[in-house]
Design a protein around this ligand. Structure first.
Ligand code: 1YM
Length: 638
């Protein structure tokens, strides 16, 4: 490849991306890798939002590349003012500004094609094929550098004819940049499904050539109300109390879509988006929704006489007990804040939502009184339940000391939370070994027995009545939130690391999935703040005839070890933590100098939630399939 003048400027242009990839795609782990695909996808979704595309195809190919195809207008290929085809400028300029900086352009979080150049820079190879004006225009890059040489004024080579228009991008992520170049298909699948719900007139086809299954088609004409229905259906044990209500409105250039229903469950499930970005941490749209909803319900309750003169009104939580809601807003200039930059910050959104709720929700309830009455009944029950809970809570607080004293929690000596860790250890025998093996100066051990309750499904009193959960909440010292009387306070947390130590098998994976679900539901801040970890115990212990014992943490490492040592070694497979003696457990899993920990992120929780749903749901087939598919894996990575 020769470096002409344009190549050099390209190199300079994309250089920052290659030298600091984390700045542009978050990380060089599998998360950053998936992010590459989302950047390209977002450009196609933007084209859909602009009104020109209704089909997107995403494929994970056998050769490790990924392809995204849309049937939009096709990226412009005419000569840009710099004398090169617009496509080339878009793919090689970090902040494609000027002509392309169209601020009226609706966006799905992608930055008007800005993301494409980042993907280009971080790909070993990328091919762009644009169908436009009856032709297929071709361009190709390696690590961001054009392979097709163009002189100033040249157009892209034409490789064929086409009756349709659209863009096809295929890229091979660069193994020099990423720790792994194997996309996480489940996360991509979830993302595509979510995108389909948020864009009801879009059809997305997903092919994962690696699993040999048929392509999946995601088309959700019901939009977010279909999303609410699918969340409701994910909990088949729970009875539905109302149909799904849709509220739509727009004010001051901010569009609002809300769908909700009520189930006979405890607490609420709110899923929110701004410009198609999942706002995991909520924000002004969620606050506006909560305030608006509570206000409308309280007003009606007084009008209808359910609340009388001096009665205290329903709390927001009372009015949302059992609610599943999806809130989606689009904003011309969204700002995000929070630990993971997924909390909407624009204050104008709050008043717009409250206003839309006031007008449109009343309009709905005036015509659907039975639904309103069910919701008010539910709120009344919630008030009763809340008072009961408060009683349980007080007695629970009184008994706190008793749990600590019941011999389960092995406390550490230090009282400095920043230095202390707690291991939540599955099984009494492993718990005993961990108590012996630990460094008691700063490590506490909490053994838990069997499977804790599924925090997604169980009612509040069952959860706080569960011995394992009581011991856990009590040990952490920071209270817990959700539901009634929120006393969560992260500053009271007694440990800086909460480490889940479960067996490296399907059951262990399940138990950590349940614990993660519990943490996220009742102490989400701990996850956001990065306090929750999973211990990564080894799968094997190997000892050659001559030479020292080593621990092996995954099957890939074992294969490498076999290559190096032939079959001349003894091998012990650990089926569970309980098979290690105290010294081994310390060395492999607990000693900060030698152990491996995985910090739990919000993404892990999302996945854990999916797994818990598969494993705990009523439907047997997906559960059996999951267990069968994972039975051979000693380590289910949740
Ligand atoms: C598989 C990835 O990038 N599709 C795509 C991108 C663009 C357009 C159409 C497009 C936009 C506009 C006009 C416009 C992009 N255009 C630009 C830029 N799919 C994919 N489809 N014509 C076509 O925004 O006015 C950047 S991306 F910069 F030209 F606007």
């Amino acid at each position: 490849m020769s470096y002409n003048a344009s190549n050099i400027s390209v190199l300079e242009g994309l250089e920052p991306v290659r030298s600091r990839p984390g700045m542009y795609v978050g990380s060089t782990s599998v998360k950053g890798l998936n992010h590459l695909l989302y950047e390209i996808l977002d450009n196609s979704v933007d084209e859909h939002l602009a009104g020109f595309c209704d089909k997107i195809t995403v494929s994970l190919n056998k050769d490790g590349s990924a392809t995204v195809i849309d049937n939009g207008r096709g990226i412009p290929v005419d000569l840009h003012e710099k004398g090169y085809p617009a496509e080339r400028v878009i793919m090689t300029t970090l902040h494609a500004g000027g002509k392309f900086d169209n601020t009226n352009y609706k966006t799905s979080g992608g930055l008007h094609g800005v993301g494409s150049s980042v993907v280009n820079a971080l790909s070993k190879k990328m091919i762009v094929e644009v169908s436009r004006d009856g032709k297929v225009h071709y361009d190709e890059y390696e690590r961001g550098i054009p392979v097709v040489e163009l002189k100033e004024g040249d157009l892209l080579p034409v490789t064929g004819t086409s009756k349709t228009t659209g863009t096809k991008v295929t890229f091979w992520p660069d193994p020099e940049i990423f720790e792994t170049v194997v996309f996480k298909a489940d996360a991509i699948r979830n993302r595509l499904k979510e995108t389909a719900y948020l864009n009801p007139s879009l059809t997305i086809t997903f092919t994962n050539a690696r699993d040999g299954k048929k392509p999946e088609i995601f088309s959700e004409p019901e939009g977010i109300s279909g999303y609410v229905d699918s969340l409701a259906a994910a909990n088949p044990e729970a009875k539905r109390l109302t149909e799904t209500v849709s509220i739509n409105g727009a004010r001051d250039g901010i569009a609002v879509s809300i769908a909700f229903c009520f189930m006979q469950t405890f607490g609420d499930t709110l899923v929110s988006f701004c410009n198609n970005i999942n706002t995991m941490e909520g924000g002004t749209h969620v606050n506006g929704f909560k305030a608006g909803f509570s206000k409308v319900i309280n007003q009606y309750a007084r009008e209808l006489g359910n609340l009388k003169g001096k009665d205290q009104g329903f709390t927001g939580n009372d009015t949302r007990n059992g609610m599943i809601a999806v809130i989606s807003v689009s904003h011309p200039a969204p700002r995000f804040e929070g630990q993971t930059k997924t909390k909407l910050d624009n204050s104008d959104v709050q008043s717009v939502i409250t206003a839309v709720m006031n007008a449109n929700l009343q309009h709905y309830f005036d015509r659907n009184l039975p639904t309103l009455k069910k919701i008010i009944e539910r709120a009344e029950m919630s008030v009763k339940a809340r008072k009961e809970e408060e009683k349980i809570r007080t007695s629970f607080a009184d008994k706190k000391f008793a749990f600590e004293g019941n011999g389960k929690l092995a406390r550490q000596e230090s009282n400095d939370p920043s230095k202390c860790e707690i291991f939540i250890v599955e099984g009494n025998s492993a718990g005993g070994t961990a108590k012996t093996g630990r460094d008691r100066r700063f490590q506490a051990i909490l053994p838990i027995r069997g499977k804790i309750l599924n925090a997604e499904k169980q009612s509040m009193d069952k959860i706080i009545g569960n011995e394992e959960i009581k011991a856990l909440i009590s040990a952490l010292g920071c209270g817990f939130m959700q539901g009634y009387g929120n006393d969560f306070d992260i500053t009271k947390l007694k440990y800086s690391k909460i480490i889940i130590a479960a067996d490296a098998d399907v059951d262990g994976g399940h138990i950590s999935a349940l614990l993660l679900t519990f943490f996220f539901k009742f102490m989400p801040e701990l996850v956001y703040a990065g306090n929750v970890y999973r211990a990564m115990p080894p799968l094997y212990r190997v000892k050659p005839k001559r030479g020292k014992t080593e621990y092996i943490y995954d099957d890939k490492a074992l294969a490498a070890y076999r290559k190096a040592h032939g079959n001349n070694f003894d091998i012990q497979r650990y089926k569970g933590l309980g098979e290690m003696d105290a010294e081994q457990l310390w060395e492999t899993t607990m000693n900060p100098a030698t152990r491996k920990l995985k910090q739990i992120s919000v993404d892990d929780v999302v996945e854990a939630n999916n797994i818990t749903q598969i494993l705990m749901g009523d439907t047997v087939a997906p559960r059996r399939q999951y267990i069968e598919e994972n039975a051979d894996k000693a380590n289910v990575d949740v």
